[in-house]
Design a protein around this ligand. Structure first.
Ligand code: ADP
Ligand code: ASP
Ligand code: MG
Length: 405
């Protein structure tokens, strides 16, 4: 008898027929004698709809209230999933993240899990229930409701699998697994049978939203092997696990596009020690993730100054602008400009460690497509470029064709 954690994403619970379909699959596993913990997302579009309601009122809503609002999405689905299981004659109990013992820090809208005390989950399982847990949410030690960042139901599932020492963790979604590129953008993308944590980490960090970045970090840290697979068929999915030796034979495992970044340029920053530190410390204090940073050569005309460009997640743009406006008098820069029309395209593969010339080839492919590169960053196993968003999908297809076609 195995303990299995299954997670069903937004599309997989997108309407009542899909929810009945989830109940059918859960029933099949249960009939084999397995114990099941089922993590569900909000029905597709619900979280976006709730965000839109708040943004219709103000562009900078309170983050505590956003958590209060967004947590309701998943609460609808847990109840509906429990009702569907009851209708199929299966005992099931729904739990909020707080009831499942998921305790987080107090950083609203992107809280980190601090610990999980799943005693209630264990008790309910022992009594023979399927336990359905609301993804994406937790509570602080003080009892405040928090959410775990967009896509956070993946993290709920992985973290519960680790805490419960589950035998199997399955992430059910609307594609057959992790592909060499988003199949919606590159129709020739192929499903991968397996991928290393580090590769999926880089792909997720570079915009491949098939798995939430932090959930993959968590899985790697705690050694949770998991499978990404489709809720719409029975095809085997992609196994995500520690790197094996033969994985380096493949130079590039995948290509991804991040449409969710915006570029900020701070003009006329005094070219003195401590200025960049001042800017990025304040952004960090506001829990704003900064990804790529480029500083121009110093230009003079009076006292020397430079321009600093960096990228942030689009939803953080208004907050970042406010931080910059607030520190402008103390730092003394001239102006700030935002560009929401950028995209970040990345190629990823552990094989890059042992193969040279990959960056040159990437830039050549983009050059042939007449796509201008605005910013570049690299890690040991990833090369990313910022380009105009309008060229993002074309770049993905060209790079996929060149490296994986
Ligand atoms: P869920 O609601 O199940 O969490 P998501 O929409 O968050 O599903 O993630 C699945 C989607 O991720 C797919 O529909 C696909 O368009 C997108 N995606 C992006 N990159 C990839 C990739 N490399 N492989 C598979 N899917 C990808
Ligand atoms: N409902 C949340 C979101 O849309 C969490 C998730 O689906 O994983 O981001
Ligand atoms: Mg998701």
């Amino acid at each position: 008898m195995a303990l299995i954690v299954q997670k069903y994403g937004g599309t997989s619970v997108g309407n009542t027929d899909r929810i009945k379909n989830v109940a059918r699959r859960v029933a099949e596993y249960r009939a084999r004698g397995d114990k099941l913990v089922v993590v569900v997302s909000a029905m597709s579009g619900v979280t976006d709809g709730l965000i839109k309601l708040a943004k219709d009122i103000t562009h900078l809503p309170s983050e505590r209230e956003m958590d209060m609002l967004l947590a309701t999405g998943e609460q609808q689905t847990i109840a509906l999933a429990a009702i569907a299981l009851h209708a199929a004659g299966i005992p099931a109990v729904s739990l909020t993240g707080a009831q499942a013992g998921i305790v987080t820090d107090g950083v609203h809208t992107k809280a980190k899990i601090q610990n999980i005390s799943p005693s209630q989950v264990h008790e309910l399982l022992d009594e023979g229930n399927v336990v359905i847990v609301a993804g994406f949410q937790g509570r602080t030690a003080e009892g405040e409701i928090t959410t775990l960042g967009r896509g956070g139901s993946d993290l709920t599932a992985i973290a519960l699998a680790a805490a419960l020492k589950a035998d199997l963790c399955q992430i059910y979604t609307d594609v057959d697994g992790v592909y060499t590129a988003d199949p919606r953008i590159a129709p020739s993308a192929r499903k991968l049978d397996e991928i290393a944590y580090d590769e999926l980490l880089e792909l997720a960090g570079a915009g491949a939203k098939v798995m939430q970045l932090r959930s993959v970090e968590f899985a790697k840290k705690f050694g949770v092997i998991f499978e990404v697979r489709s809720s719409l068929n029975d095809n085997p999915g992609t196994i995500v696990k520690e790197e094996t030796r033969n994985m380096e034979d493949v130079v590039i495992r995948g290509v991804s596009l991040d449409k969710n970044q915006a570029k900020l340029t701070v003009f006329g920053v005094p070219d003195q020690p401590g200025m960049a530190a001042g800017i990025f410390r304040h952004l960090g204090d506001a829990a704003i993730n900064v990804d790529m940073i480029v500083q121009s050569a110093s230009h003079s005309g009076g006292s020397p100054a430079t321009d600093i460009s960096f990228t942030v997640d689009k939803p953080d743009l208004a907050k970042a602008r406010k931080v910059l406006d607030d520190i402008r008098p103390t730092i003394g820069f001239l102006d700030v400009q935002a560009d929401e029309g950028i995209g970040k395209v990345s190629i990823v593969g552990v094989g890059m460690r042992s193969h040279t010339g990959v960056a040159g080839r990437m830039f050549e492919v983009l050059g042939k497509e007449k796509i201008n590169i605005d910013m570049i960053s690299t890690s040991e196993i990833k090369i990313s470029v910022v380009i105009q968003l309008a060229h993002g999908e074309q770049a993905v297809r060209a790079l996929h064709q060149a490296f994986l076609g």
